[in-house]
Design a binder for this molecule. Sequence first.
Ligand code: PEP
Length: 254
Amino acid sequence: MLRKKIIAANWKMNKTPSEGVILTQNLLKQLGDFDRADLVICPPFTSLASVNDLIKGHSHFSLGAQNLFYEKQGAYTGEISADMLRDAGCGYVIIGHSERREYFLETDEIVNRKIKAALAANLKSIVCVGEKLSVREDNGAETLIRNQIQKAFHDLSDEAMNHIIVAYEPVWAIGTGRNATPAQAQEVHNWIRDQIAKQFSTKVADQIRIQYGGSVKPENAKELLNQPDVDGALVGGASLEAASFTAIVKNSVG
Ligand code: PEP
């Protein structure tokens, strides 16, 4: 099945609002007319409004948030709801990034609640899964990722899965400069697709897009994204410069 590539920029806790405006303006100069992939910019919350103003009218650019809270509203100081993100112009939200699991103790149950909140607000979720190095070395990667998938997508319908993008991000490859090889990525992506077929259906598994994340750079993007089950990338460090993000997009999608 032909799945359109989706490449997302995760700025993490980088870029002030004014720096974010400059980066977005540069991205639009270089990629404003690029329509061969879906491009999602995920700045910090403080830049959502200004980035949205700039990308409006560029239909292949979408706005994404890096997190949300699953409650609808109320006394949750410092948190942001799905409806707030939707109203701020977001079409996507990253959920369950390994940094949130590690530093903010997010569990698979929390990830599941967040996905349901995103669905209720008509946001697409980029759901991150992936193993630490020690788990891989102990041959525990499949068990861990199977668990992450089963729990994250617990109780979701086949229709709901149309609003999900999976990001396979081996934790040992995030921000380390050490990417999974294209063969390693392909093997895990294909296996994830099988898990989704078992939990839902082959139709859901065929259509779902699975991004690879972990030290994606202009030099390795093409080979990674050429793999049949790699449907895009979630890019951290290399998304902070317009030139490197542009090169990743152009090198891998052509
Ligand atoms: C990420 O944060 O999702 C990520 C993959 O980071 P990096 O590209 O810097 O490894």
